[in-house]
Write a protein that binds this ligand. Sequence first.
Ligand code: PPS
Length: 288
Amino acid sequence: MAEVTRFTHKGIFFSPQYHSVENLIFLENEFQLLDDDIVSVVYPKSGTHWMAEILSLIRHDGDPTWINSVKLADRAPWFESVTGMECALKYPPPRLMSTHLPFRLFPKSFLHSKAKIIYTARNPKDVLVSSYHFGKALKIIKDPGSLEEFLEKFLNGNGLMASGSWFDHVKGWLEMRDRANFFFNTYEELQQDLRGSVGRICRFLGKELNSQQIDSVVENASFQKMKGNKQSNGAHISDTVMDHTKGKLMRKGISGDWKNYLTVAQNEYFDRIYQEKMQGVKMTFPWD
Ligand code: PPS
């Protein structure tokens, strides 16, 4: 098995298979966001693929032809990766892009642009469990070890990659919440009422879809449909990056799976750290 390598940039670790310091510096300081850009910002394992699929469908008025024929990473490239940046630079506007980055590494040009940001957060306990399983299949990160060991890494900001601490990520991005071009939503809201969420996202984007078109977005962005769509279900992830026999991107797609994994003591410990780190955040989340 090849040796796992990683590098650290501004306190956050990245994989040389995907990222480079040059690209991260270029992205933060020189990359120009355009007023008609849409960027989906999601901490890993919190609904990145789901939101990319929803936004792809909205862009095409619910028509699934695009999502069924073009791979998700080309429809909504992760611009912090080297190949994602190449794709973003060639993307005919209006661009749709994704990122796992914390706000402090995001393009500075955002502060002077009307680019629209959609931020999706998920219950961190479910993020932990999803990351743990995915981490077991990823060949480009160190083995997560036991759940107990990974819990500690996750709470210390060393989960998967390219994103740092969940707490810093959410808090950093929430500082943008009063901006008209920033929309905050959660994985749990998507779960509870996808149709309502699609309507809210459309209003934020200034996109009008009729009832049948919204139905089509909802149907085609369902877990079952996405799991069966090889353009969206992680099938494109290279065998050098992931052992597809050990895990799946489209794993369970539910909320509250953490209850099947965390012991009472681990849950209490998590809650204690959560309270400490989220002190002062004046916002109620679906998992609170
Ligand atoms: S990644 O690799 O960081 O980009 O992963 P990400 O896409 O952020 O998150 C993967 C988790 O999202 C779940 N998922 C969905 N849930 C419900 N409905 C739909 N349509 C959907 N699409 C993806 C996926 O199953 C992963 O969660 P877990 O809990 O592991 O199942």
